[in-house]
Design a protein around this ligand. Structure first.
Ligand SMILES: [Zn+2]
Length: 69
């Protein structure tokens, strides 16, 4: 279900592929913030397929990290 939701939206976090990002506008500079991984920057992904791959990699890495504990 999560991948279907991603395909429906237009902006994705370049770090974790999440759609849980918000556009913040400080003065005259466009910045995005991801509430999933804490990413903060001007770059966002608009390619849903690319975001899916990033999301899969991110979740995989996250799982591996959890398993190390
Ligand atoms: Zn993120």
């Amino acid at each position: 279900m999560i991948y279907i939701d991603i395909m429906k939206t237009k902006k994705f976090c370049p770090n974790c592929g999440s759609t849980n990002i918000k556009w913040v506008i400080p003065q005259n500079w466009s910045m995005w913030r991801c509430y999933d991984c804490g990413y903060y920057g001007a770059v966002v992904i608009e390619d849903g397929e690319m975001a899916c791959e990033i999301r899969k990699d991110y979740l995989k890495k996250h799982e591996e990290k959890e398993n190390e504990k």
